[in-house]
Design a protein around this ligand. Structure first.
Ligand SMILES: C[S@@+](CC[C@H](N)C(=O)[O-])C[C@H]1O[C@@H](n2cnc3c(N)ncnc32)[C@H](O)[C@@H]1O
Length: 273
């Protein structure tokens, strides 16, 4: 088994887990995939990002989406990116210099942000709630910051939903579940609609989405490290893991590998009192 980073699991405190370069490279690898770009564009539409809008991108990472939104809101709008990671905010600012975009970045924790209530027409977060200690508090904070009638849009993966083939279904199932359980909130996608409702949001649109992934992206997600951990935890034997890895690599070599994962894009409209 080859060496692989496991950054996908560590974004709840990425500055402690990885160098800035490693973390940035990981996000860039994901952001350049067509499926992620399509899902992000869907979130722009649902958010209603238009000329003059004030938008918050919470957990903005390197600010890829923040800048896309900046171009949509034009000179009369404003897009603010916040991220827990100082390294991410520094990189996002560096990439925005000289673009002339109406975008600014701040370091902050989504659980409690330093902006007045109703500062934004819309708030969004993508691939952030899987890492949060208290997703309900994070969503409550985004709703506080949104004006009545504005939208909060979240895009999150469903980690248990991996569609992967293997020589033994039971081995694949138990390893996929083990992998999902390495994250704080592997079922966050299916829970978001309930979280919105528990916070008084009734107007919801829920769009399930599916991304397809080649084996090298699973490697970027840190699959080999997780499988090693699964052996150590007694979840699978070395032989079971080796057989699955061999199966996937052969699949990739012969063109039969297929990997997919579901996610959810959920929009809630903040009620007008
Ligand atoms: C996988 S990245 C996604 C970045 C970006 N939203 C995207 O879709 O490309 C997750 C980001 O959430 C940030 N993050 C994690 N926990 C956070 C928190 N409590 N408050 C703010 N940002 C957080 C991480 O630092 C990281 O930049």
């Amino acid at each position: 088994m080859g060496e692989s980073s496991n950054l996908a699991l560590d974004f709840h405190n990425i500055d402690r887990a990885a160098t800035s370069t490693e973390a940035v490279r990981f996000l860039d690898a994901l952001n350049t995939t067509q499926q992620v770009q399509e899902m992000q564009r869907l979130t722009h539409r649902l958010l209603g990002a238009c000329e003059g809008a004030r938008i918050l991108d919470a957990g903005c990472g390197v600010g890829e989406v923040t800048r896309e939104l900046g171009a949509l809101v034009g000179k009369t709008g404003r897009v603010t990116g916040v991220d827990l990671s100082e390294n991410m905010v520094t990189e996002a600012r560096r990439r925005t210099e000289d673009t002339g975009l109406p975008v600014d970045y701040h370091q902050g924790d989504i659980h409690q942000l330093d902006f007045p209530s109703e500062s934004f027409d819309g708030c969004r977060a993508s691939r952030v709630f899987i890492y949060l200690e208290d997703p309900r508090q994070g969503l409550s904070e985004l709703l506080r910051l949104t004006r009545p009638g504005g939208a909060v849009v979240l895009f999150e993966p469903e980690l248990d939903s991996w569609v992967l083939d293997g020589p033994d279904r039971n081995v694949v199932r138990k390893l996929v579940h083990f992998w999902a359980d390495q994250l704080r909130n592997p079922w966050i996608g299916r829970r978001i609609p309930g979280l919105f409702r528990s916070l008084g949001v009734k107007e919801l649109s829920i769009t399930p989405v599916v991304g397809t992934w080649v084996l090298s992206m699973l490697e970027t997600f840190g699959i080999y490290q997780v499988l090693e951990k699964a052996i150590q935890a007694g979840v699978a034997t070395e032989q079971e893991v080796a057989d699955w890895v061999h199966f996937m690599k052969e699949g990739e070599r012969t063109g039969s590998f297929y990997g997919a994962m579901a996610g959810m894009v959920v929009r809630g409209i903040k009620p007008i009192p």
